[in-house]
Design a protein around this ligand. Sequence first.
Ligand code: FAD
Length: 320
Amino acid sequence: MSVLIFLDQSEGHIKKSSLEAASYASKVAEQLSTTAEGIVLGNVTEDLAALGKYGLKKVHTVKNDALDHLDAQVFTNVMAQAIAATGATVVVFSNNLNGKSIAPRLSAKLKAGLVSGAIALPDTSNGFVVKKNVFSGKAFANIALNTAVKIIALSPNSFNITTTDATAEVVAFAPAIDAPKVTVTAVNKIVGEVPLNEAELVISGGRGLKGPENWGLVTDLAKLLGAATACSRPVADIGWRPHHEHVGQTGLAIAPNLYFAIGISGSIQHLAGVNRSKVIVVINKDPEAPFFKAADYGIVGDAFEVMPKIIEAVRKLKGA
Ligand code: FAD
């Protein structure tokens, strides 16, 4: 019995959302009086023993070029073998692209209960009950997992990373690796931008900005703060901004520490993707804009007057 964490890597580095999952899993392990162990697939350049500081006792590595890119079926089979080898009874993923691809397949393969999008530690006082958001963040559900193996996919940015001085034991794991059924012919990565789903600060613009020629108001502030940029759906649909920036019910769901919305009305579909943000700042010239109800801080004003002043003030603060 142990808690096994799937540690996501990108180009040899463990992703921040996996460090959250590791911190979460080590707390679950404490609750169950057991240990937390991680598993990394593919070639990693990072010092894996250092992952002990997130509470992991052991890190299993499967170094194989075939595992450098996600193939959900191959990864699922490797994870099933890892669970059998470690005797894990709880498996934790981050509910990101990889977690969303692997966890449900693993759940079906092992007939293991799955909670995707968990936002809190399980309640183990009477069974094993995990809380998650439902109805686009409008309500919570508490899901009881009754199966021998339990799978949790943790919502990114819903659990704080905690560290200690410990180090982990790093061990090689050699599962059978199937030949992939999918061949990746090209990978086109967006470079030079803060990835939206990992960003702690997000500056976002809506139709109130009138056109793409005004996006400097968003990108200038984003550059100064080291933030990612986002937009409402119509903005991406009209082609003012690329589709990967679209947040909301039909776009990315994000939970940054700061979501800064400029000229966005705050429709229910937009809020569905951003209402888990820790702090929401809204600038809108309409005092009745629905976004103000969800905002922690709001400025009723014309973005074209307010934003240059904010950018100037931040520039001065940063000495830029
Ligand atoms: P608008 O609604 O046009 O609002 C513009 C806002 O800017 C207004 O509040 C206005 O007061 C303000 N404004 C105007 N000028 C200024 C100024 N000079 N300074 C300051 N403020 C100003 N939308 C999403 O965003 N994401 C989704 O995932 C999504 N999914 C959807 C799914 C479905 C099934 C449906 C039906 C809709 C979906 N939508 C989604 C669309 C959503 O309903 C809204 O239409 C959309 O979010 C509105 O975008 P907006 O706020 O940028 O534009």
